[in-house]
Design a protein around this ligand. Structure first.
Ligand code: 5GP
Ligand code: ZN
Length: 113
């Protein structure tokens, strides 16, 4: 997709802080860190939302989410971790290339107890 910022990130046109990459998936730090280590996991091919995502991609994508979750746990030792995925403008989606947020939680310092 020509004008998609996340496609530009996966193909290197826009720089990003890479966390993980494999054949199907790219993971990078969110530019606006809700908490330390806030990461986005995306499919390399452009799919707008979960409804467009091929069912066969769901497995590899979630396996990557698991790897990134473990890496964030080892790196930052958060007390918890939120997985978040907004689908559609009404649901809060602002970038229309499918992505899963991983948001480490540290307790009172980030407002979650
Ligand atoms: P959404 O609101 O669609 O679930 O999340 C989109 C996320 O993409 C936001 O948290 C936003 O900070 C992040 N984002 C938007 N543009 C860029 C960018 O150019 N680079 C990175 N690393 N993150 C971005
Ligand atoms: Zn895209």
């Amino acid at each position: 997709m020509e004008h998609c910022i996340f496609c530009k990130i996966t193909n290197g046109e826009i720089p990003s802080a890479k966390v993980y990459e494999d054949e199907h998936v790219y993971a990078f730090l969110d530019i606006s860190q809700v908490t330390k280590g806030h990461t986005l996991v995306i499919p390399k091919i452009h799919k707008e939302n979960i409804f467009e995502l091929d069912a066969e991609m769901a497995g590899p994508l979630f396996q990557s989410v698991k790897k990134v979750a473990d890496a964030l746990q080892s790196a930052f030792s958060p007390k918890g971790l939120n997985l978040l995925n907004n689908n559609g403008e009404t649901a809060g989606q602002t970038v229309f290339h499918y992505h899963i947020h991983l948001i480490p939680r540290y307790g009172s310092e980030d407002g979650f107890h």
